[in-house]
Design a protein around this ligand. Structure first.
Ligand code: BJW
Ligand code: ZN
Length: 248
């Protein structure tokens, strides 16, 4: 059982606008590896070596294979109790937004309806040459980079790599939701990748009470109003129950 402060009780009681800022840790209990940490590597490559346009130009098949491997894992995965609890907050509060760095669709599959995906979506692809868009299903069994049927260019996943800009409209909306939020939960992220990591600081700057949920101390911990150290799939259902108890 977690213990929460009187201030968090007061906030849960009076808030209308809730923001969740999530990272890979929220999907860890669904069996999807995080990026950093001991299980965060794939075939001895770090995310910085694979998640970049330079890496894709140098070795498109390696990068494509990494994404195919991850798509398979993600497709087999199910939303966990953290995703489900987050989705259920919508039944209590009128304005709930999930700003996620994840590309795995698990918030959507758990039933969340207002999701802002800052780093794209692994189910989608586009041609680097002409921009034509393709669905994942078209390349289900391809371990080599597929070629665009319109121009022959390489097809890449529609995700944001290092050095690339985030989708500006989505990032703007996320910032606005952060600024308007009254309680902001920061769940399962190392909070080291920018500009996404600005979101919880924006929330705090504009008056939100910021609550972190992580299995360990992060770069954001010193700035959190309250931190719960434990698994998201265990802590979030407890926070949901407390919200149900206290919300007016
Ligand atoms: C649990 C748990 C459980 C585990 N329960 N918790 C130097 C200084 C500052 C910035 C830079 C710099 N050098 C370069 C930059 C910029 C760079 C950056 O931030 N780099 C840092 C690494 C230093 N940023 C960029 O390049 C961004 N673009 C940009 O800046 O563009 C500028 C520009 C402007 C205009 C025009 C052009 C350019 C883009 C960043 C894109 C990041 N992309 C990735 C890949 C996405 C696609 C894919 O998935 O393949 O996004 S990298 C990867 O990191 C992925 C994630 O979304 C992101 C964040 O990781 P996350 O989610 O926090 O995961 P982890 O693994 O780090 O943490 C997991 C956490 O969960 C841990 O804390 C665990 O403890 C916890 N946990 N189990 C609760 N059960
Ligand atoms: Zn093309």
């Amino acid at each position: 059982m977690i213990e929460i402060s009187d201030e968090l009780k007061r906030r849960l009681k009076n808030a209308d606008k809730i923001l969740f800022f999530t990272g890979a840790g929220v999907s860890a209990e669904s069996g999807i590896p995080t990026f950093r940490g001991k299980d965060g590597l794939w075939k001895k490559f770090s995310p910085e070596e694979l998640a970049s346009y330079d890496a894709f130009v140098k070795n498109p098949d390696l990068v494509w294979e990494w994404y195919q491997f991850r798509r398979e894992t993600i497709r087999k995965a199910e939303p966990n109790d953290a995703h489900k609890a987050i989705a259920e907050f919508e039944k209590i509060y009128p304005d709930v937004t999930v700003v996620t760095q994840n590309i795995d669709n698990l918030h959507r599959r758990a039933g969340s309806s207002n999701i802002l995906e800052l780093h794209g979506n692994i189910e989608k692809n586009y041609c680097v040459n002409c921009g034509k868009r393709f669905d994942y299903v078209e390349f289900e069994n391809t371990n080599e980079t597929p070629k665009c049927d319109a121009c022959g260019g390489n097809i890449r996943p529609d995700v944001v790599w290092f050095g690339e800009a985030l989708p500006q409209d989505i990032f703007k909306r996320a910032e606005q939701k952060a600024m308007a939020s009254e309680v902001c939960f920061v769940v399962g992220t190392s909070a080291i990748v920018y500009p996404a990591a600005i979101i919880p600081y924006k929330a705090k700057e504009y008056g939100a009470y910021v609550v972190e949920v992580n299995i360990q101390y992060t770069d954001f911990t010193p700035d959190a109003d309250e931190s719960f150290f434990g698994k998201a799939g265990e802590i979030l259902p407890e926070l949901l129950n407390l919200a149900k108890e206290f919300h007016r």
